[in-house]
Write a protein that binds this ligand. Structure first.
Ligand SMILES: C[S@@+](CC[C@H](N)C(=O)[O-])C[C@H]1O[C@@H](n2cnc3c(N)ncnc32)[C@H](O)[C@@H]1O
Length: 202
């Protein structure tokens, strides 16, 4: 799914969710100076900002396929290595990072094969990985702000999204705790933060 919106429009829509979540999420990783971190699907940089604060710009990299988000993140964080790339093909060698983060991205990359690829790539380039996604079991759907519709079969919920002018939501592939865990080839801890699930491999 391509986010073809400006960083300002995105921040107006998602900022009040992504900013506090980013702080809480990064706090889980117990980062220490000298570590290198990657933000996969960095968007305009809500989470990247927290990483730069803790580790310094030189130790942080980000990727996102959206040209407008890459430009916004580069402008906001001089010194951070921000690349236009997809989570499924990260342009970094094996083990390049101590920690890989990805906040609210895996539900946007496509179906289960692509979601699995995001996980495989995160684990290939990072020694530890922290990946979040909205919990499908939460009664409000974050992207549409609609209650319960996302629990209906796809053909019904997609009709509802189209009828309410929220067609973009037909590209969102939500995960439950179990389907999230199943994306990981080995040991993973799934932590619930209410609306959000966090998968931790460390
Ligand atoms: C809900 S936003 C989250 C942005 C950011 N992580 C944050 O916490 O604010 C989803 C992001 O995933 C990015 N995205 C969509 N498909 C992607 C893919 N295949 N690989 C990497 N990022 C992707 C979008 O461009 C967008 O920036």
């Amino acid at each position: 799914m391509t986010f073809d919106v400006t960083a300002d429009a995105y921040d107006r829509f998602m900022g009040r969710f992504s900013e506090p979540l980013a702080e809480q999420f990064v706090g889980l990783a117990d980062l220490t100076a000298g570590q290198r971190a990657l933000d996969v699907g960095c968007g305009p940089g809500a989470l990247t900002a927290r990483l730069v604060e803790r580790l310094g710009a030189d130790a942080v990299a980000g990727v996102d396929p959206s040209a407008s988000f890459v430009a916004a993140a580069r402008g906001r964080f001089p010194g951070v290595d921000v690349r236009q790339a997809r989570a499924e093909e990260l342009p970094f060698p094996d083990g390049a990072f101590d920690v890989v983060f990805s906040n609210a991205v895996v539900e946007h990359v496509g179906g289960r094969d692509r979601q699995r690829k995001l996980v495989t790539e995160a684990l290939r380039v990072g020694r530890r990985a922290f990946i979040t996604t909205p919990n499908r079991r939460f009664p409000i759907e974050l992207h549409t702000r609609l209650p319960l519709v996302h629990w209906l079969p796809d053909e019904v919920s997609h009709r509802a999204y189209r009828a309410t002018g929220k067609e973009f939501a037909t590209d969102v592939h939500l995960l439950t705790r179990r389907s999230f865990r199943d994306l990981f080839p080995g040991r993973v801890r799934i932590v619930s933060l209410g609306l959000t699930l966090v998968a931790i491999v460390d």
